[in-house]
Design a protein around this ligand. Structure first.
Ligand SMILES: NC(=O)c1ccc[n+]([C@@H]2O[C@H](COP(=O)([O-])OP(=O)(O)OC[C@H]3O[C@@H](n4cnc5c(N)ncnc54)[C@H](O)[C@@H]3O)[C@@H](O)[C@H]2O)c1
Length: 451
């Protein structure tokens, strides 16, 4: 039998998933309401949680000779779907049924079956600042004497929600609109400067950063579903360590970028060159409307573009990737609503430099792809918290366009490598052998290590 140096020495202690889990979403638009409606529908036996790794995923355990497969949800103690309570904040006062009807993602018949439950989910007043989101405005907004006061109000909302709904714990997943791109300033350097900035109403502090601060202060794990710069800020990472609370981000990896992180590593792994990658798409939902503003688009462009820069490292592969023309366009086109259409044209070259082309045309549904990711992120963030994890949870990179990693580390974008990392983390949590897929058969010895 081969020795196994990758085996964890002991199973780590994970607090049981007892009681109810609150999934709190800043933003109750298309993605959030599609999630709420979906989980309620699954709980009623109307549908299946398709697209959710926590609910449908399987994982191999042990050596291949052992033939052991487990459901992901049976391997680690995740909160059950029946124990979830949804809540959220939005600048519009509509309840989740009205918001879902407005979003037009789900068919009326399905919505009517979950109407009663959705109507009970009413948005709490949002922390909102027009300077950070230009194209929309609403009335369901908090006022306060400064940004610290607004953070305190959010903290009180969290506490009230837990109490009123009999919840044991909460997680927060950002599902609100994309804010204008804002690089870090001095106020974001340390927790001390950030808290001072909250008290002084520093204009560089965005609403998403205030939500993140409030969540972490309440020891509520935070997952960033948009390209907003919040948990990316050093001050908030410092806070997540101090409060022993997990964070992850950013920007759900759903359509075009999901496919990029499947196709691009494949091309690179085969040492095929790339001259250009032109991505464009049309999108007609409210997210598309917000992204029509150049400031918000800039945030999206940054998170979408980084993927190829990292996978096609021009320093490592100068002959293959030193001159890639990468263009990303998002066009607001109302007739399509949530049904985004994306086109990619990839100019590649092979043996002796001969050119070839790949065309991808993805007719997707934005929120249908995003909703299961929110569910998985919420359940895994809660698991991480009960397992005593704190700070950046890189093993959740699988879900993000622009995964955050500790300073100085390179980012892994390859979806299959991200899955390996996720799977091994789950094996680690449950005291199972980590699998490196070496599968080495020793010289003439039949068993090999069978990894
Ligand atoms: N659907 C996808 O495939 C996908 C992929 C990656 C990222 N995202 C991101 O997910 C987020 C949600 O997308 P969506 O399609 O649901 O958008 P949406 O416009 O339908 O919903 C966003 C909601 O957030 C609300 N909002 C804005 N600012 C707020 C604030 N400060 N506090 C509380 N609520 C606020 C808006 O009123 C709106 O109802 C966006 O940031 C989007 O970029 C979506």
């Amino acid at each position: 039998m081969a020795s196994n140096s990758t085996n964890p020495t002991k199973k780590i202690t994970i607090a049981p998933a007892k009681g109810k889990l609150a999934i709190l979403t800043p933003g109750m638009g298309a993605v959030a309401t599609t999630l709420y409606a979906g989980v309620i529908a699954v709980n009623k036996g109307i549908s299946h949680p398709i697209g959710s790794y926590t609910q449908m995923g399987k994982i191999r355990l042990g050596k291949r000779t052992e033939n052991r497969m487990s459901n992901v949800k049976d391997l680690v103690p995740l909160a059950g779907l029946k124990d979830i309570v949804f809540g959220g904040w939005d600048i519009f006062p509509e309840n989740a049924f009205e918001a879902a009807s407005h979003a037009k993602v789900l068919e009326k018949d399905l919505l009517l079956e979950v109407k009663e439950e959705l109507e009970k989910i009413k948005p709490m007043k949002a922390v909102f600042d027009k300077n950070f989101i230009k194209r929309i405005d609403g009335v369901n907004v908090k006022t306060g004497k400064n940004k610290m006061d607004l953070a305190d109000q959010l903290r009180q909302d969290i506490r009230n929600f837990l109490k009123d709904n009999g919840c044991d714990r909460a997680v927060m997943v950002w599902c609100a609109s994309t804010e204008v791109y804002t690089p870090p300033t001095e106020v974001h350097a340390t927790l001390k400067s950030f808290e001072e900035g909250l008290r002084n109403n520093d204009e560089a502090i965005s609403p998403s950063q205030i939500y993140t601060y409030a969540a972490l202060m309440e020891r509520v794990p935070y997952a960033n579903g948009s390209p907003n710069v919040s948990v990316e800020m050093p001050c908030l990472q410092e806070l997540s360590m101090e409060m022993a609370t997990p964070i992850s981000g950013s920007d759900f990896k759903t359509g075009q970028t999901l496919l990029k992180t499947v196709i691009a590593p494949g091309l690179r792994n085969r040492q095929l060159g790339v001259a250009g990658w032109y991505s464009t798409n049309i999108l007609g939902n409210r997210d598309g409307e917000v992204l029509d503003d150049p400031g918000s688009f800039k945030a999206k462009e940054v998170s979408k573009s980084g993927v190829l820069d990292d996978i096609f490292d021009k320093n490592l592969y100068p002959e293959l990737y030193s001159n890639i023309c990468h263009v990303v366009r998002i066009n607001y086109y109302p007739p399509r609503g949530d049904n985004k259409e994306g086109w990619d044209n990839i100019d590649i070259f092979g043996w002796l430099g001969y050119p070839m082309q790949i065309k991808v045309n993805f007719l997707c549904r934005d929120s249908i792809l995003a909703a299961p990711l929110v569910l998985d992120l919420a359940l895994f963030s809660d698991l991480a918290s009960r397992a005593g994890m704190r700070g950046i949870q890189e093993w959740m990179s699988f879900y993000y366009k622009a995964p955050i990693v500790k300073k100085g580390l390179t980012v892994e974008h390859d979806l299959s490598v991200q899955l390996l990392k996720l799977e091994n983390t789950l094996r680690f949590f449950s005291g199972e052998e980590l699998i490196n897929h070496l599968g080495l058969t020793h010289y003439g010895v039949d068993e090999g290590d069978q990894a």
